[in-house]
Each structure stands twice: as C-alpha cells, then as structure tokens.
Design a protein around this ligand. Structure first.
Ligand code: GLP
Length: 252
C-alpha cells in the first residue's frame, strides 16, 4: 500500500514484523563488502536485534562488511554507562554479531563541544559514503531519533532538549526513574535522516497508532517530525496490526 511517497507493510504481530525485518536486513547486508547501516534504540527494535543475532548464529546474516551509525545518544552519558544507547546496542546487537568494533560509530555523549562533535559525525557519515539503509523507531509524539516536535526542525546532527514524555519513555534505562534520564541528547537531524538511501521505520503496539496515523496520513509538519518521511523516495513504514489500527483505508 502506498500513501504519498511511503510504502506500508503490515504484519499481524510485533514478532512477525521483527522476523521479516531481520530477514530483510540480513539479505541487504550479507555478502556486501561495504554496507552502511543506521540504527535506532528503544523497545521496538529489541526483537529485531534478537532475531538478527539468531540469524547470525545460524550463519544466515553476515555483518563483515557493515559500518554502523546510531541515530542518537544522551548528552553527559558515557558509553560505559549502562543507561547509554551505546551500551544498549552492545547488549542487544553488537555483542552477538560480527560487526567490526572499529566500524561502529556513535555520537559521543561525553563531548565538551557538542557542535564540533555533531560536525565530526556528519563528516564521518559522508566519508562512509552515506547511509545505505536507516532503520528507525517512532516516538509516541511522532519523534524520530531525538528530533522532537516543535515549530522547526534541524537538518544536521545537533544538540537537542528532550520532552518530558520522551524522558519518561526512556526511564527503563535509568532505573525506571524519569528524573535520572538526561535532559539533553545529540541526534542525527532531519536532513541526516532524509539523506539515507533507504529508510525503514518500524512501529509496533497500540501506543504508536496515533503517531503512525499522523506520520502516514497527516500533513507534513515539524509538529510531527516523522511526517517528513513522506518526502523521501524510498521510505517504508512497517507496522503491526495494533500500530496500524488508526489508519483509514483509501483516504485520510
Ligand atoms: C527514543 C529514541 C528513538 C526511539 C523512540 C521510541 O526516544 N531516541 O530513536 O525510536 O524512543 O522508543 P520505543 O521503541 O521504546 O517506543
């Protein structure tokens, strides 16, 4: 199903979506001498990463040519901190597959010059040839990466302030205490995201239904950062039944 520039794919459950997406990623990266992959964190990709680890164990996913760039990181959080997105990725994916450590890239939350750090990241992505495939999750408020809703969006990687709701949904990483979640982060910008050659956004569960509706069938607005994906020529939205529940068939 096509709506605007977006391609939609529907699945019965979060697990069937994760399995299909893992097969798709495995197919895309395996046997490629060079492949640049952009990666998200959050609860949504956990089953996907579990499945990629399983495929790798079964020798059905080979990451030897893969270079990764994660979308975002909390400001002031060290990679060794268990709450960091870097540590999350290590736990859920990197420790289970054959991605060369020197090809794993992250925005550094420990930088004392966020502007320079963001510029460095943009250059690193460009030097790697740009992102071949960018996987995305979706915030319940329509954010992608840490591009929060607002009156304007930032194109390149940048420093950003997190909304209360976003901090709450990240509390699990910080002992279930929202107060311990950092107030700021570094994130790829909307331009960084839209420059990826192919984008697949995965959204599952009833809490994403409104955001999915706005992303797919709403107006393009900085109030719903994900709606900008409608401008991309190869963006896909993969949803389970619960996340697709509010989509209207044949119109808006
Ligand atoms: C976080 C991340 C996003 C992620 C979103 C959704 O704030 N920065 O990249 O997509 O939350 O998270 P979840 O998948 O846990 O709903």
């Amino acid at each position: 199903m096509h709506a605007h520039g977006l391609t939609l794919r529907f699945f019965a459950t979060p697990d069937s979506a994760a399995r299909a997406l893992a097969r798709e990623v495995a197919r895309a990266v395996s046997g490629r001498p060079r492949f640049t992959l952009g990666l998200p964190t959050g609860r949504t990709p956990v089953p996907l990463y579990r499945e990629l680890a399983r495929l790798h164990t079964q020798q059905r996913a080979d990451f030897s040519g893969v270079t990764t760039f994660n979308l975002d990181e909390f400001l002031g959080v060290a990679p060794s901190d268990p709450g960091s997105y870097r540590a999350f990725m290590q736990r859920h994916l990197f420790s289970h597959v054959n991605i060369a450590p020197r090809r794993i890239h992250f925005l550094s939350g420990m930088t004392d010059d966020p502007g320079a750090e963001c510029l460095r990241y943009e250059r690193q992505i460009a030097r790697a040839g740009g992102l071949d495939l960018l996987l995305l999750g979706l915030g319940t408020n329509g954010h992608i990466g840490f591009n929060e809703p607002g009156t304007s969006l930032v194109a390149d990687s940048h420093r950003t302030r997190l909304t209360e709701g976003t901090r709450r949904s990240n509390a699990a990483l910080f002992g279930n205490r929202t107060a311990n979640v950092p107030t700021e982060a570094l994130s790829m910008g909307m331009g960084t995201i839209l420059r990826a050659r192919r984008i697949i956004l995965l959204a599952t569960g009833p809490s994403k239904a409104v955001a999915v509706k706005r992303l797919v069938q709403g107006r393009i607005t900085p109030q719903v950062p994900a709606s900008f994906l409608q401008l991309h020529r190869a963006a896909e939205v993969w949803v389970d039944r619960a996340a697709a529940a509010r989509l209207s068939v044949g119109g808006t």
